[in-house]
Design a protein. Structure first.
Length: 301
């Protein structure tokens, strides 16, 4: 009986017998990647839900308490999280200040797109920043530098688990590379296809799979289209754009009006892990989006 109890306790213990690191992320995608690298040695929570208004998150008191006790804050960076400034001010812990001991910006090492694109960063409207489009996690190949940054951050806190974290990352990247070949092969027949996206979330996905984002419904990220801009958009789409990419939070009334006027097919893309029942982790995020797009492009021929 004692031997059986010992085996149960051993199975429940974290890998390497080390402490479990409490990690807070700013997105469910980062949560999934931290879990892929950290395995049993991390407990991860996301401040933002899978689906939310792109530039605003309502962080609850319980989440603030968890952040205060966290060992690490992992964030998208760039200008994707303007709401995080209020969170930092409330928590008032220098560890989580930009560049602080417990702050991890995963945008480091990413080949960024649109480094001078106007973006909404506050209630005052659009501003031009040289940061780049922040939706870089939507190129699955970017998981390689992202998980390297995560690995480095975790090892800094738990050097005893370097081997465990490295092995977890290697196994994840092997699965990623296998899927990436499958996704790329599925999209080969549609390389060069022109699409319109409602929100400017998809340039990294488009670059990876050979698509052309001809336009966005929002003239500036976060700014609703005007009747005049919609009329010009739908007129242009009739010249060869077959697909309108929308997200679950998109205004369907506007999207359906654009699709009806342009005769394009609406494809609902999931922007983050957990945004659809099928999207359980980082790899299934692309399983779902690639499948939906390939089916729509195949049917639009």
């Amino acid at each position: 009986m004692l031997r059986a109890l010992a085996l149960v306790l051993l199975a429940a213990a974290p890998a390497q017998g080390g402490r479990v690191l409490d990690v807070v992320t700013t997105s469910t995608d980062l949560k999934a990647l931290v879990e892929a690298v950290g395995g049993e040695r991390v407990h991860v929570e996301s401040l933002a839900p899978a689906l939310h208004e792109p530039h605003a998150v309502d962080v609850k008191p319980g989440q603030l308490a968890r952040l205060k006790s966290a060992a690490l804050l992992v964030r998208v960076g760039l200008d994707h999280e303007p709401w995080l400034a209020r969170v930092r001010a409330t928590v008032n812990d220098p560890r989580f200040a930009p560049g602080g001991a417990a702050d991890l910006d995963v945008s480091r090492g990413i080949d960024l797109l649109q480094i001078e694109t106007p973006r909404v960063t506050s209630d005052r409207g659009a501003h031009v920043h040289g940061f780049g489009n922040p939706h870089y996690w939507l190129d699955p190949a970017n998981a390689r530098p992202m998980t390297q940054t995560i690995l480095d951050g975790l090892v800094r806190l738990a050097p005893d688990a370097r081997e465990v974290f490295g092995r977890n990352r290697t196994e994840f990247l092997e699965r990623l590379d296998e899927r990436l070949k499958r996704w790329t092969d599925a999209m080969v027949p549609y390389r060069g296809a022109r699409v319109v996206a409602f929100h400017d979330s998809w340039p990294y996905f488009a670059r990876r799979f050979g698509l052309v984002v001809a336009a966005t419904v929002e003239p500036v990220p976060g700014v609703p289209p005007t009747p005049a801009s919609l009329a010009a958009l739908t007129a242009g789409m009739k010249a060869g754009v077959r697909i309108l990419i929308v997200e679950p939070s998109t205004s369907r009334a506007v999207a359906d009006r654009v699709a009806a006027s342009s005769r394009a097919r609406v494809v609902i893309f999931v922007p983050s892990v957990g945004g659809d029942l099928e999207v359980r982790d980082y790899l299934t995020l692309f399983d779902v989006n690639v499948r939906r797009l390939a089916e729509a492009l195949g049917g639009a021929r």
